[in-house]
Design a protein around this ligand. Sequence first.
Ligand SMILES: Cc1cc2nc3c(=O)[nH]c(=O)nc-3n(C[C@H](O)[C@H](O)[C@H](O)COP(=O)(O)OP(=O)(O)OC[C@H]3O[C@@H](n4cnc5c(N)ncnc54)[C@H](O)[C@@H]3O)c2cc1C
Length: 466
Amino acid sequence: MLARGETLGAYALTEPETGSDAQHIVSRARLSEDGTEWILDGRKHWIGNGQRAGVITTFAQTEVMKNGVAVLRPTAFIIRPDMPGFRVVGTVRKMGIRGSTQAELAYEGLRVPADHVLGTVGKGFTIAVNALNAGRMSLASGCTAGSKRILGQMREFTEARVQFGHPIADFEITQRKLARTATDIYASDAMLGELTRLAESADGEYALEAACCKVFASDMLWRAADEMVQLAGGRGFVKPWPYERMLRDSRINRIFEGTNEILRLFISLNGIKEPADRLQELGVALRQPMKNLGLLSEYAASRLRTRLGATPTLDVELHARLKTHAQFFEKHVAELKDHSERLIRAYRKEIVERQQELERLADMAIELFATACVLARTQQLLEQRGEAGCERELALCDLFVVEAGRRFRASRITLQSPQDETRRLVARHVREAGGYGVVNTLLHTEIRDGLTAAAASDSATTEATR
Ligand SMILES: Cc1cc2nc3c(=O)[nH]c(=O)nc-3n(C[C@H](O)[C@H](O)[C@H](O)COP(=O)(O)OP(=O)(O)OC[C@H]3O[C@@H](n4cnc5c(N)ncnc54)[C@H](O)[C@@H]3O)c2cc1C
């Protein structure tokens, strides 16, 4: 029915109380006394197609025994809207992607036949994460296609708009924007090639690469949409030009399917797991705090393996044209390993709290993964067409690899920065002062409307929309 388009599916994980920390969802499922049904209670919100799906994969906490003790673990269920106790609370209004609809769902003693458990009771989080991995691959593909479209529009607009007697495409700053967008797309395309190859490979393990692609492509699309608005000037900001909508539509990609912050933590904690295992005494200590990482923890604890930094050399003989790039790449791979180990030694189990360093480590890993993919892709094209037939791709490759290398070095240089402490201090001041907190400023504003009240009215907003 799904394949024929007769019904739609939905994926209902997020709850008002738990987003990134999805492992701690509060929806509960209890087995009926006769064991024939599960009874679900809870709420899910922002569920794509939730108001019209014929079949929904959802998650609720179930009691399972672990070492003789009863604990709560998520279980996946397949539910249908015609099951008693299912209610669509309403739909939401949004900044962008208005062509799709998200709904809030209520499970009020929802009765689900016992055989509607997907997989094993208590193992639902692995199912949730697997679905997210596939989602991250499609999201990255969508962002790449979107960026290609924006690049086409950038070109069209900047050729047509004349200022100072020239099309604005003639100006170097415009050309810099076109070039950055095109090189990013080349890298993203190459990363997706590698990701889909891995997804189809025998072991089917691609969580880390999917996270890298999702972060890279969603950041790229946002940057491209923002530059498009800038290139269009005032026309970028007003209707009926399509650019403001492209900006609004792009924004969500950095938030859903795992926020880019959470995914960066996931990437870096995976990246340091291998060196950490070698420094064995830290292994257990590292694993425990990871449990607090919610969405990623079960996965991270059960299946930690990284390709990033694991291979110090590229295992193919590269074309002479790419040799210098490859030398820098290998140097950076060794540096990433070295710096990961230094961080682990410096902070031991406290490393999981060092998010500023972890974020930079993730950025370094993403740049390296992207560079490896770009080199592999360009090598393949050189083998097929020869150097003369790859002028365009070689320019994209040269620019990307050098720029990515610079970004890598910038993150490496600031990896352990004294300013991190100052940032923590400034943040503490802001928190303690309830905001800016500097007295005698030229402009004094008071924010009266409570954010807490706004957050609490999530459901009310949904009801009102309905
Ligand atoms: C349009 C739309 C469609 C959606 N579709 C679906 C759907 O179909 N199915 C579904 O189940 N869900 C869906 N979602 C939910 C989406 O996946 C969540 O919004 C997302 O996972 C983030 O959760 P949250 O909004 O609760 O943010 P939170 O988890 O509250 O995060 C808020 C901020 O805090 C940061 N943060 C959180 N934890 C940490 C940490 N440990 N360290 C540092 N920073 C942290 C986050 O990065 C983020 O910036 C959708 C959401 C939207 C807006």
